[in-house]
Design a protein around this ligand. Sequence first.
Ligand code: NDP
Length: 332
Amino acid sequence: TKKTVVITGASSGLGLAAARELAKSGEWRVIMACRDFIKAETIAKENDFPKDSYLVLHLDLAANSSVRQFVSSFRALNIPLDALVCNAAVYFPNAHKEGAFFPGLFPGGGPRWSADGHELSFATNYLGHFLLCNLLLEDLKKSSVKPARCIILGTVTASINDKEVGGMIPPVADIGRLEGMEEGMKAPVTMIDNGRFNGAKAYKDSKVCDVMLMRELHKRYHASSGVCFSSLYPGCIADTALFREHYPVFRFLFPILQKGVTNAYVSEEEAGKRLAKVVADDNYAQSGVYFSWGGESGTGGAGGADAIENVDASADRFLQYGSFRTLKESEI
Ligand code: NDP
């Protein structure tokens, strides 16, 4: 019998590439947890997913009721859950630059809101996954596959956050002392540190929270449940739809820069293989760990071991810039 993995945002980019890899392995049944049912179903067919290897279930992470609905739809299938991948994300890099250059052409648009009234990147990237992990932990605990895994996507822009990294583009992630959360994270509050709205920073902050969530789940539940919680940065997949709202000139130049200058570029296909390994490969059955790759050839990505960052070292790095001060203190 096949093992079952839920992947959020499996209708494009990294999630799709990993879903394809796992569905075609013959060993996995992929639950594609997607906000656009028809898009997901169509793309699975276009990619020749074997018929019995996938199922699309509707999930809109920007609505808590949809997350709950997804969990009950999944449970109604009566199949075990062996792995959960929190992959979906949105990025609104220009949302805070209303009318900055050519009004109308690059409209910015200001903050957007989830069904429950939270800033949309915070809600989608973090809060929806927070709820999903909390609910599905019970199901993961019951998996007969040892260890069951819960994987939450991080990013280098959240884990490495200062000038030491050449070309790291500001703003830096900084969730302050969670002042925005204290205020309830609803309009007019947009940012976790209750600062001025900045779309690019909101994305980075949400990914910091994702890594914190992984570490907190590990701390609380790994020993008692055996479930492995991990995060990863698969390399810079510079041409996914994640950048769909960026300036056209940025979208043109960014992959060229990442390929030719920083060497951080990785194709969707290779990144998908990396994520699939974290789901399925024994070498990656570790908990509390943040896996990190370089560009297309990876830094030890193929073998595994070199790609694994020592978690204490990463934690130290997180702590360096303040945001993770709150990791130990906050009850997430
Ligand atoms: P894509 O935009 O290609 O994929 C994001 C997916 O999330 C899409 O399938 C999208 O659905 C889905 N999604 C968006 N909003 C919601 C929602 N409300 N409910 C359910 N699903 C939703 O981006 P990537 O593949 O690049 O990103 C995947 C992950 O990888 C993210 O977590 C990102 O932070 C991370 N990452 C990406 C990097 C990169 O360089 N691209 C680098 C490091 C990390 P739809 O198809 O309907 O639009």
